[in-house]
Ligand binder design. Structure first.
Ligand SMILES: Nc1ncnc2c1ncn2[C@@H]1O[C@H](COP(=O)(O)OP(=O)(O)O)[C@@H](O)[C@H]1O
Ligand SMILES: [Mg+2]
Length: 454
């Protein structure tokens, strides 16, 4: 028997052989779908010819192609773990759009299979690098972690929230331990760049000779010993995000000129390589007054004016002593958690001691001091005795003379420490302390008086 061959049946076989194919009209009504298409989307027979495609295939993109007129060729399309290469085209007659067709690209099945497994391998790799990248470059702090009840610092926080949104360079000025890094991380987190990289370069921690290549990177073969493939600099790593140049006051003056160009031109010159455009938001910290350094010729004035578009000045702890109690409580809670300790608070006398000190190392020093006290106390409140070292420090600073480098001064310091230790060991019993020190009790009394100890 001879089968009748007409155009329609040949066209149908051709479409079926293409694989996954669907044709719709301008109203998204299904004109034709192949068996493979129906299989892929679990559409049972009889096929819903004339039905709206989007009612059978969620998130189908062909209707959008008709609506927008934007055809797509050879795009990856993932569905239930399978990756396909798909084309979505308009069907036209002269100027009129009649409908749309979506079909998978043909080609040997092997190639597509290989492509698919390669894609999934690459996807995993990208995920791996993305995770690692953010681990190495992400932020540690956000603005809610800045603890204060000081009005000046509170308004600085409000100002930071506003300033963070722009792209302007920000200069953070404050003594060591005042929380400059806390602010820098927060700025990134508050900005529109929060999901992009946050990269830190501490200018004081890296030898001057390496600083330039750390910043700008280098091209392959830029110098002997250069890595194959070159190396990406921190500026480029921060592209799209934020670069924190910590302790910018330590940057050598020759390098300052090169940095100025970047901040100004938004372009870097890779060592031994080409120019590259970059989009980086700069945040700088300094623990020295850059204006002073400019006067002394240690910092370039043009760079200074460029980087201090917005300046945050963090007041030292001694100028906001009202923050000491809440910071102490904050650190007690934090350390209890970290060390599994059960400290319930701090004695009034000990708190007075903390408030009487000038804290040259600011909050970092305070935190260290509390942590040290934790080592002496196990439970209950922190007491005066737990701050032995701080007491000693206070006594030393109070008695400090010009010739503090003398052997006598050193001897006295050692003596004070020994006396304090002995008193602590014997819980203030002076007779036992004198025995421990192997001195007469009257001499101990003299020392206690001399060094102003209680
Ligand atoms: N206002 C604050 N509230 C809570 N912790 C703070 C505050 N300021 C500083 N710290 C803590 O003190 C330490 C030093 O802060 P950091 O930002 O590294 O200082 P800097 O960079 O100015 O030397 C960090 O552990 C930080 O978390
Ligand atoms: Mg710092």
């Amino acid at each position: 028997m001879k089968q009748s061959i007409n155009f329609e049946s040949i066209a149908k076989e051709f479409l079926e052989s293409l694989g996954v194919v669907v044709i719709i009209d301008t109203e998204s009504r299904i004109i034709y779908m192949t068996e493979k298409y129906a299989e892929l989307f679990d559409i049972p027979k009889p096929y819903p010819i004339g039905g709206k495609l989007y009612e059978f295939v969620p998130n189908e993109a062909l209707s959008a192609v008709i609506r927008t007129g934007k055809e797509s060729v050879e795009e990856f399309f993932e569905y239930e773990g399978r990756t396909m290469v798909i084309n979505r085209l308009l069907i036209r007659k002269d100027d009129q759009v009649l409908g749309g067709v979506a079909f998978t690209s043909t080609g040997s099945r092997l190639t597509l299979k290989q492509l698919e497994s390669k894609m999934s391998f690459l996807n995993k790799q990208v995920q791996f690098y993305r995770d690692n990248y953010f681990e190495n470059t992400g932020t540690k702090y956000n603005i809610d972690q800045i603890i204060t009840q000081d009005d000046e610092l509170k308004s600085l926080i409000d100002f930071t929230k506003r300033a963070a949104r722009t792209r302007s360079a920000i200069l953070i000025y404050g003594e060591s331990g005042t929380g400059k890094e806390l602010f820098a991380h927060s700025i990134h987190n508050l900005s529109q760049r929060a999901k992009m990289p946050f990269v830190i370069l501490n200018c004081a921690a890296i030898p001057d000779s390496l600083l330039e290549s750390e910043l700008f990177g280098y091209a392959e073969g830029a110098f002997t010993g250069a890595l194959k493939g070159g190396k990406k600099g921190k500026i480029e790593q921060a592209d799209g995000g934020t670069l924190l140049l910590d302790e910018i006051n330590s940057m050598p003056i020759q390098l300052q000129a090169k940095l100025l160009r970047v901040v100004q031109e938004k372009e870097i010159q890779v060592i031994g390589g080409n120019n590259k455009e970059i989009d980086v938001r700069f945040v700088f910290t300094t623990n020295q007054d850059l204006a002073e350094m400019v006067k002394e010729g240690k910092f370039r004035d043009d760079l200074y004016y460029r980087i201090n578009v917005v300046e945050l000045r963090i007041p030292p702890l001694r100028q906001r002593k009202g923050d000491i109690p809440i910071l102490v409580n904050h650190f007690i809670v934090k350390l209890n958690e970290e060390l599994g300790a059960h400290i319930t608070g701090i004695e009034k006398k000990a708190m007075d001691l903390l408030e009487s000190y000038q804290w040259p190392g600011n909050i970092r020093e305070l935190e260290n001091m509390i942590e040290r006290a934790f080592n002496y106390a196990n439970s209950g409140e922190l007491s005066m005795e737990d701050f032995e070292r701080l007491r000693l420090k206070i006594i030393i600073t109070e008695n400090k003379q010009e010739n503090s480098f003398t052997l006598r001064a050193a001897r006295e310091e050692a003596e004070k420490l020994a006396v304090l230790r002995a008193l602590k060991q014997t819980k203030g019993n002076k007779k036992k302390a004198a025995d421990l020190l192997e001195i007469d009790r009257s001499i101990l009394y003299d020392k206690i008086k001399k060094y102003n100890m209680r």
